[in-house]
Design a protein around this ligand. Structure first.
Ligand SMILES: *[C@@H]1O[C@H](CO)[C@@H](O)[C@H](O)[C@H]1NC(C)=O
Ligand SMILES: *[C@@H]1O[C@H](CO)[C@@H](O)[C@H](O)[C@H]1NC(C)=O
Ligand SMILES: *[C@@H]1O[C@H](CO)[C@@H](O)[C@H](O)[C@H]1NC(C)=O
Length: 246
């Protein structure tokens, strides 16, 4: 993974501007975050690399919905990744990544590694080069508290939809797929879903990551009208209403 080939001064300036922009905007709360206990030395080379990298990812991510980069040499190398949900516009992506980087830096000021998750994006950095590896470290579950009436059929259908989307996502360069499945021919009721991986993963690893979290659905979301499994490498989400932006 190459370092961003642009001057540090530019990105440092961008980062300062970014913090000011965020301070003026209305922030959305993150869903989850986690900080490593291991801290870096204040004002040391790691912090400098991290600040520069964060500014770079903030500029890179909105264009394609994904930003990735490494800066510096070990042991002060900063590695980071920003991913927006596949259906999110460039402007919403930019806003979400801005919230993510400023919030995580405030919540985990000296952590060597940290992750933060929002509806519209995720952001992760570490002193370890984690690119191309499935992150099994953190897993979060969310569910709609409302139950379905036909639990067994519904569970089968939601799994069927998400498995189909896992196949589609892991063959698409954006590692993203969204779609729907008819629950009942008569009522025309549908189930809606999405599946997405961070774009540092191979197709095979994306599929493995998604299949594994689809396997977690019975433990979080049995008979629930909606469910989400979120990890730092892949996410799935289903609901009985269309939640994916067109
Ligand atoms: C790391 O920094 C945080 C925040 O300043 C502090 O609460 C924590 O105790 C530190 N951890 C270690 C292992 O020094
Ligand atoms: C995550 O778990 C899978 C399967 O257990 C394993 O193959 C993979 O190496 C793990 N990834 C990391 C980064 O530990
Ligand atoms: C859904 O079902 C669970 C388990 O049977 C029950 O505890 C819960 O109260 C139900 N939720 C609603 C909103 O009815």
């Amino acid at each position: 993974m190459s370092s961003p080939g642009v001057s540090s001064a530019f990105y440092f300036l961008s980062f300062v501007l970014l913090l000011q922009t965020v301070a003026l905007g209305a922030n959305v709360d993150p869903l989850f975050h986690s900080c490593s206990n291991e801290n870096f030395t204040a004002n040391g080379p790691y912090q400098t690399n991290l600040n520069t990298l964060v500014g770079y990812l903030y500029h890179q991510a909105p264009t394609t919905g994904f930003g990735i980069g490494s800066l510096g040499q070990n042991p002060s190398q900063a590695n980071g990744l920003a991913l927006c949900r596949g259906d999110v516009s460039a402007s919403d992506c930019k806003r979400c990544v801005a919230d993510a980087v400023s919030t995580i830096r405030k919540s985990c000021p000296y952590s060597k590694s940290a992750k933060i998750f929002y509806d519209n994006c995720m952001f992760k950095y570490s002193n370890d080069n984690f690119f191309g590896q499935i992150d099994n470290g953190t897993k979060y579950f969310m569910w709609n508290v409302n139950n379905v009436s036909n639990r067994v059929t519904f569970n089968q259908k939601s799994k069927e939809l998400l498995s189909r989307l896992a196949n589609e996502a892991s063959g698409n360069p954006k590692l993203y797929a969204a779609g729907e499945l008819e629950l009942n021919e008569e009522s025309k009721k549908k189930i809606y879903g999405l599946a997405q991986c961070t774009r540092d993963l191979s197709y095979n690893d994306c599929k493995m990551c998604l299949d594994r979290i689809i396997g977690d659905l019975p433990s979080c979301c049995d008979g629930k009208q909606g469910g989400r499994v979120i990890t730092a490498s892949c996410i799935i989400n289903y609901e009985i209403y269309p939640f994916v932006k067109a």
